[in-house]
Each structure stands twice: as structure tokens, then as C-alpha cells.
Design a protein around this ligand. Sequence first.
Ligand code: HEM
Length: 128
Amino acid sequence: KDEPTFYELVGGEPTFRKLVARFYEGVADDTLLRPLYPEEDLGPATERLTLFLMQYWGGPNTYSATRGHPRLRMRHAPFRVGPEERDAWLRHMRDAVDSLDLPADQERTLWDYLERAAYFMVNTMDDP
Ligand code: HEM
């Protein structure tokens, strides 16, 4: 059999569902980030990020099957993502990653990616 994917190593779909659910609990109460989300219901946004991360780490390709090519920087262009939004996003994600209690090497792999991705998503350096 092939080497397990990172997706499998960390526990598959339930792990990513738990991660993103916890992340959006933080976003729901965040006065800087919450207004960026166009929909009243954060459920669909939760589903999109969950499916994206599952696919990124070697799980099923449901994200691209339903949403097409990720093009994440382009998809974030309508939203103000400055250093403060990035740091708020990472704060909620840090809390969510910690809640998984992963082995240290897996935690580091996941966090390094999320941190780099969040820095990459910044699309303005202007003051709010
Ligand atoms: C969508 C904010 C970083 C992945 C969105 C949406 C907002 C947003 C407002 C629209 C809600 C929706 O339709 O889903 C932010 C902010 C970030 C950030 C403020 C701060 C840095 C990231 C990062 C990733 C990511 C680092 C990936 C690791 C996604 C995905 C979607 C999305 C997959 C759904 C795209 C789609 O299929 O339409 N984000 N985001 N975001 N974001 Fe972010």
C-alpha cells in the first residue's frame, strides 16, 4: 500500500471538521473579521474551508469538484485582508489547531502551512 497522506495521518475528515468548526466559532465573535463574511450563515464558509483543507492535504477532491480551481488569492480579492485581519485569522486558527492535540511534528507541519498561506493572502497594507 502507498504511504498514508497527511490527511490520513491526522485522522481524516473528522479532524478537519473539528479544526474548521472551532476556527469559525472564533470568527463568529470577532468584530474585525465577522463583517467580512458576506453571508449571515457561516455554515457554507465553514464547509468550503473544510473541503479545501481536506483536499490540500491529500483527502477527497470534493472542493475542486464543487468550487473549481482554488485560486485563493483571487477569491479573497473582494475582502480587505491587511496585517490585522491576517493576525486575527491566525489567532483563531492557532486556537483551533491547539484544540486538536496533534503530535508535535504534525502540529508543526499544519501550522507552518496555515501561517504561510495567511501571509500570502494579504492584499492590502493600507491603514483600515
Ligand atoms: C473564503 C477571509 C485566509 C481559505 C473566504 C471568505 C472570506 C475570507 C471573507 C469568504 C467566505 C466564503 O465565501 O467562504 C479570509 C481572511 C483571511 C483568510 C480575512 C486572513 C488571512 C485564508 C487562508 C486560507 C483561506 C490562509 C487557506 C489556507 C479560504 C477558502 C475560501 C475562503 C477555501 C472559500 C473560497 C471559495 O470556494 O469561494 N476567506 N481568509 N482563507 N477562504 Fe479565506
